[in-house]
Design a protein. Structure first.
Ligand code: SF4
Ligand code: FES
Length: 259
């Protein structure tokens, strides 16, 4: 049986990237505990619309924990109180009647606020553009056993590929570092045979692009705690090892080209 909650929302409102933001208190009665967090915001927006007030801008797309667009700081926690859960998969049963819920956008210099709760995460796109791809033509689908991949390697690559690019790792990090995101994107290609030809060029380009936009990792581990996909900080160690090797290997390759 579902329960009805009466919440007090304190929501960040900001008209645009250069406008000064502020918190707005919004009363939210009649919220069913089996609603998702985004459904709760939909209800609030319908009421604001009906009152002729400006609805709250927030990002969302799949609402299935896949696309990574829903990105809210809820009571100071990236994606809210439920571990391993993206905001769109968070249900209102994790809140109690009468609770004050503070809802903010990601707070990170590399993710400027577009409006209200929506931020610009295109700095992530710059990192992926730098090397998060394989340039070899893939041709037709080969037989599944044509390129053998050890099971633990395939599992590790697929675990890294679970990253949905939400940015919670950056928002949770006191340094605003993007090492968990970047390392996940590096690992899912660098672990597999198909990723080997560009392995060292990839890691060098992606790490150096990351450093242009984001802070430095000092091993706080907050990223792993906030990640809705449980990406392990072990991938950061893999990335760092590949980055160090890239500095030798890429230089040797360049020396061959120029002699
Ligand atoms: S590593 Fe986790 S928290 Fe960071 S962008 Fe990927 S899914 Fe989101
Ligand atoms: S809306 Fe797609 S992951 Fe939440």
């Amino acid at each position: 049986m579902s329960t009805t909650l009466h919440l007090k929302l304190r929501i960040w409102r900001q008209d645009g990237p250069s406008a000064a933001g502020h918190f707005e208190d919004i009363d939210a009665p009649g919220i069913k505990d089996d609603m998702s967090f985004l459904e709760m915001l939909d209800i609030v927006n319908e009421r604001l619309n009906a009152d002729g007030r400006e609805p709250i801008t927030f990002d969302h797309d799949c609402r299935e924990g896949i696309c990574g667009t829903c990105s809210l700081m809820i009571n100071g926690q990236a994606h809210g109180p439920q571990r391993r859960t993206a905001t769109c998969q968070l249900h209102m049963r994790h809140f109690h009647d009468g609770q004050t819920v503070i809802i903010e956008p990601w707070r990170a210099a590399a993710f400027p606020v577009v409006r209200d709760l929506m931020v610009d995460r295109s700095a992530f796109d710059r990192i992926v553009e730098a090397g998060g791809f394989i340039t070899a033509p893939s041709g037709g689908a080969p037989d599944a056993n044509l390129i053998l991949v050890p099971k633990p390697v395939a599992d590790a690559a697929m675990d890294a590929a679970e990253c949905i690019g939400c940015g919670a790792c950056v928002a949770a990090c006191p340094n605003g570092a993007a090492n968990l995101f970047t390392a996940a994107k590096v690992a899912h290609l660098n672990l597999l045979p198909q990723g080997q030809p560009e392995r060292y060029a990839r890691v060098e380009a992606m790490v150096e692009t990351m450093e242009e936009h984001f802070g430095s990792c000092t091993n706080h581990g907050e990223c792993e705690q906030a990640c809705p996909k449980s990406i392990s900080i072990d991938v950061i160690a893999l990335m760092n090892a590949d980055y160090v090797r890239s500095k030798l290997k890429n230089r040797r390759k360049l020396a061959r080209v120029h002699t």
